[in-house]
Design a binder for this molecule. Structure first.
Ligand code: PCA
Length: 319
């Protein structure tokens, strides 16, 4: 045996013949339910394949920063990864519809929206050699402020944390001053005065300990945005048929489990915020009407120059 063949044989012995090891970057921390769900997905895949496919989760942007995860999977630097779906809205509005204010505000509507989105974005992602495995929503998005917000006018001038283009536009139309900040950087952004208000889920409110920097939480339930897990199509196709089936089965289970975890989180994490002294205020009719008017304006703008795919999703969802 020459040296290269011997090294190859030793490597096979060390890893178990044919065993695959996949690194999986994700954006959010270990305490976040999305990450817990993905860890369970990885455990399920390893168990179902008898260790033939081991997925190692690298959470909190530790392997790739959030904004680079999609392209890392696309360029096969990693086979699989998770990201916030609507961050791709600059590529096609179809990706961002779950962050369109007041389009889908309940889990039921979010599920119908995902059913309408899935075939369209599956095609769009296939053009980039990517395949969606599963998508899980965050709880509905609420408002975090110091003091009560009675009308849209009360948001005027506030330095506002945003996480995608839709939220940036929503905050700007409300008269606030938006800045993009990753979820992991929220506590520091508030501590340093970079931002003073935000819209996010009770999950992210609790994981960032919002009670350390804001007094009020107003559940405006404005949209139900999703994370998505995608795999590189070429790397998936290179797996044997049994392993592929195991991945798809674990993905379907993770999607079902994730939606349930999300629904449980909404109440649980709102309670955690209340226990830590935050004041939970139902939004006034004035505030809701004002925010809905901004949503309607944004939808009209979106529809004016959206792709046919995005328009088809809205039509299907509105049936
Ligand atoms: N948490 C993530 C995205 C939406 C959410 O609820 C964040 O705030 O970045």
């Amino acid at each position: 045996m020459n040296k290269i063949v011997m090294t190859f044989a030793a490597a096979l012995l060390a890893t178990g013949a044919g065993a695959e090891s996949w690194d999986m970057p994700t954006p959010y921390g270990d305490a976040v339910f999305h990450t817990a769900n993905i860890s369970e997905f990885a455990t399920d895949v390893a168990a179902a394949t008898d260790g033939a496919l081991e997925i190692t989760v690298h959470s909190a942007g530790s392997l790739f920063p959030h904004g680079e995860i999609k392209n890392a999977v696309r360029s096969r630097q990693v086979p699989i990864g998770e990201f916030f779906l609507s961050t791709l809205s600059n590529e096609d509005a179809a990706f961002g519809l779950d962050s369109q204010p007041f389009l889908a505000t309940s889990y039921e509507d979010a599920a119908r929206l995902w059913a309408a989105q899935k075939p369209v974005i599956t095609e769009l992602l296939a053009e980039q050699n990517l395949m969606p495995l599963f998508s899980v929503p965050w709880p509905a998005q609420g408002l975090y402020t110091n003091g009560e917000i009675a009308t849209v006018g009360d948001l005027s001038g506030l330095k506002f944390r945003a996480y995608n283009a839709a939220l940036e536009s929503f905050a700007a139309k409300a008269g606030a001053a938006p800045t993009q900040v990753e979820a992991a950087d929220i506590p520091q952004a508030f501590a340093t005065g970079l931002v003073e208000a935000m819209i996010t889920s009770p999950s992210t409110g609790a994981s960032s300990k919002a009670w350390d920097f804001v007094t009020h939480y107003t559940p405006i339930n404005a949209w139900v945005p999703k994370n998505i897990v995608v795999v590189n199509k070429q790397m998936f196709d290179a797996l044997d048929a049994d392993t592929q089936a195991a991945v798809l089965e674990a993905a379907a289970a993770a999607e079902a489990r994730g939606w349930e975890m999300s629904a449980a989180e909404a109440a649980d994490k709102t309670a955690v915020m209340a226990e830590n002294g935050m004041i939970i205020v139902e939004p006034s009719a004035d505030l809701v009407a004002g925010l809905q008017a901004i949503g309607a304006e944004m939808l009209a703008e979106l529809e004016a120059d959206a792709s046919d795919g995005a328009k088809a999703i809205i039509a299907e969802f509105s049936k």
